[in-house]
Design a protein. Structure first.
Length: 228
């Protein structure tokens, strides 16, 4: 990774925290920036101040609040960054509770001095990124389905009025001769055809082709070489 991974380390033991920082900084596969806080309350204040991080590395056994309680407090604040627990030993019940809360992984503290720690951090970040990309793709797919349903309905509702308008204008144009109104009728005919082409392109739309319009509003890019 080119940019440093920002790690919020929540650990009440200063010596162990220094050890974690030492081995993460020594790892050649990525750069890590570590912010250390000695408990859940101090970590929560970081987010109250607007601080950000890429991942949280948290001792489960913390004074005042354990890791699960701190995680719940973070979630209540809307913090969604991945979390890895550090524990003194593997505990099945803890693993179950951690999974229920959406904890991304947990490691035994003995693994801190091995490449397992940085590799786990990087793996969790990559897994989270993939999950977010898949979620975004699913949202985009459902959005396109909703848009296509709406377009089909609108196109169906507009078909008859457009056909009648085109037929009416064509009849008037056919008898207008050199009348001064003929250029305007031609413009109307062209715009009716242009609307029909746009509706056809909307019905064929398979991907979300939106472009900025005004402020936060976006519009579909249906440009097809039409004259402006």
């Amino acid at each position: 990774m080119s940019e440093a991974v920002r790690v919020l380390l929540i650990e009440d033991n200063r010596e162990f925290a220094s050890l974690v920082e030492l081995f993460l900084r020594r790892y050649d596969g990525a750069k890590f920036e570590i912010v250390w806080r000695d408990g859940g309350a101090a970590a929560l204040r970081e987010f109250d101040k607007g601080s950000t991080c890429d991942i949280i590395l948290m001792d489960y056994f913390l004074p005042g609040q354990n890791g699960l309680e701190v995680t719940r407090a973070l979630q209540e604040k809307g913090v969604t960054v991945p979390i890895i627990f550090l524990t003194v030993n593997k505990d099945f019940d803890l693993a179950v509770e951690a999974m229920k809360l959406g904890i991304d992984d947990y490691l035994v503290k003995e693994e801190v001095t091995t490449p397992i720690l940085p590799k786990t951090i990087l793996h969790v970040l990559e897994r989270r990124k993939l999950k977010e990309e898949l979620a975004a793709a699913e949202v985009a797919r459902k959005r396109m389905e909703a848009i296509q349903e709406m377009v089909v309905r609108i196109a169906s509702e507009m078909k008859l009025p457009l056909e009648r308008m085109r037929a009416s204008v064509e009849r008037v144009v056919s008898v207008a001769g050199e009348a001064s109104s003929k250029p305007y009728l031609t413009i109307i005919t062209e715009n009716v055809a242009r609307i029909e082409r746009k509706m056809a392109r909307l019905k064929e739309l398979k991907t979300d082709k939106t472009i900025p319009y005004v402020r936060d509003i976006k519009m579909f890019d249906l440009s097809d070489g039409d004259k402006k």
